[in-house]
Design a protein around this ligand. Structure first.
Ligand code: NAD
Length: 428
């Protein structure tokens, strides 16, 4: 696969590779290589100082053969139509691999939300809905939070949509606050989901999780609950996490050879995932350099921070003991490093399978909104476990049957399901 920095070209290259393995018809490839619909629009917002600013918004609906499009809205100063196209495409595969009846969508606004006041944010998200309301909805396209947004912003968007349509419609958007149409268990969902897939991988590899150790990169939403799950559900030991230090403006690894206590570390971590290293040191933790997490002598690596962290240089630092890599983050492994991992025979749980617990519980949020009946946290978590486990097993089966790498197998399962739905609907 050619190396590229354009996310959408990368998404298309990954698709082309698997389309070839699946021997897909050229007409089918032509549909799936591109989003079905794209919206680009301007959002005028009256700022607090009385001036008018005009923001650029995007919404891309990649494929809705299996159900309404689903995907977050990113508020980012470097947002482009191509990033949104790529993320929408990946959402189609993510929803298909966990077998939830949703398609792939993504949205974006070019803005640094940290520069906006609360009132300006509210006017901007309401403006986004005013532009898009005829093309989103519980049966069309269901946005969600992403970079630069918050549950409160989702609440305002749901309110604006409900006002415009004249009907209370919580299912138009997910990631809403609990008590305002949100689901219990969403906060834990992605990290716990990562651990359900790790549990199944260890079972397949015949490794006793109680004797297993893990190193985690990141200590935000995904990493925190992955650490708790690794301890609580598997009885294993997490020896380090890492984080971006907002004071020193560099990343560090925070280690404890006899196992970190995620609850203690969470109590000294701010809302951005930055740990108070003075208090960590006082409690016996060792502060190491940023890369230390990747070279730890552990059984499982869980990159849960950023994209491109396991790359052509860092991949060679992975300790020979590592048996499983569970991609909590989106795109943590570059295509070049991926080849090395495949050659080393490390068991890979690819991102759009591994971190699909988040979108699975978002789907449950929509289901509860539709029923106007809400489940307990235990029910949500149990249903998530069932979905993640059967998704993992379907991908493993494909990997063994076709003798392909787990990432290719995940794509094969997902693409085959979307193609089947297109066929059943008479599109192809
Ligand atoms: P977050 O912002 O809550 O946490 C990110 C963490 O990474 C923080 O602890 C931060 O300090 C740390 N970090 C930042 N730069 C770092 C660096 N250079 N080295 C080490 N650590 C660094 O984000 P999150 O929600 O936990 O998401 C993490 C990843 O998981 C992202 O790739 C995201 O797209 C993906 N993801 C998240 C969800 C979800 O539900 N939150 C779902 C699917 C995928």
């Amino acid at each position: 696969m050619a190396s590229t920095t354009n996310a959408f070209e990368m998404a298309q290259a990954q698709f082309d590779h698997v389309a070839e393995l699946l021997q897909l018809d050229p007409e089918v490839r032509e549909i799936l290589r591109w989003p079905l619909r794209e919206f680009q629009f301007r959002i005028p917002v009256r700022m607090d100082d009385g001036t008018l600013r005009v923001f650029q918004g995007f919404r891309v609906q990649h494929n809705d053969a299996r159900g309404p499009n689903k995907g977050g809205i990113r508020f980012h100063p470097a947002e482009t139509i191509d990033t949104v196209r790529a993320l929408a495409t990946w959402m189609t595969w993510k929803c298909a691999v966990v077998d939830i009846p949703l398609g792939g969508g993504k949205g974006g606004v070019i803005v640094d939300s940290a520069t906006l006041s609360t009132n300006e944010k509210e006017r901007l998200v309401r403006g986004y809905v005013q532009q898009m309301w005829k093309n989103i909805g519980p049966r069309q396209d269901v946005p969600a939070p992403d970079v630069g947004t918050s549950p409160q912003m989702m609440g305002w968007m749901m309110d604006e949509y409900s006002k415009l349509t004249g009907q209370y419609t919580p299912g138009v958007i997910t990631g809403k606050p609990v008590g305002g149409g949100g689901s219990l268990g969403r906060t834990e969902a992605t990290g716990f989901g990562v651990i359900y897939t790790v549990r199944e991988a260890l079972k397949y590899l015949k490794l006793d999780p109680k004797n297993c150790t893990a190193a985690i990169q990141g200590f935000g939403n995904v990493a925190q609950y992955a650490a708790i799950g690794f301890n609580q559900f598997l009885g294993g030991k997490v020896v380090c996490v890492s984080y971006w230090d907002r004071e020193d403006r560099i990343p560090y690894t925070v280690s404890k050879a006899d196992g970190i206590d995620p609850h203690f570390l969470m109590s000294i971590t701010d809302q951005y995932g930055s740990i108070d290293k003075t208090r960590a040191k006082e409690a016996g933790y060792v502060i190491e350099d940023a890369e230390a997490w990747i070279s730890k002598e552990v059984d499982v690596l869980i990159p849960s921070a950023l994209e491109g962290q396991i790359n052509v240089e860092s991949v060679h630092k992975i300790h020979p003991r590592v048996k499983v890599i569970a991609e909590g983050a989106n795109g943590p492994t570059t295509p070049e490093a991926d080849k090395v991992i495949e050659e080393k025979g490390i068991f890979m749980i690819p991102d759009f399978l591994c971190n699909a617990g988040g979108v699975t519980v978002s789907y449950f949020e929509g289901v509860q909104n539709d029923m106007n009946f809400y489940w307990s946290k235990e029910e949500v978590i149990e249903k998530e476990d069932q979905k993640m486990t059967s998704a993992f097993l379907a991908v493993l089966e494909m990997s063994l049957k076709e003798k392909v790498y787990m990432r290719d197998a995940a794509y094969m399962v997902a693409i085959a399901r979307v193609v089947k739905a297109m066929g059943l609907r008479g599109w192809i």
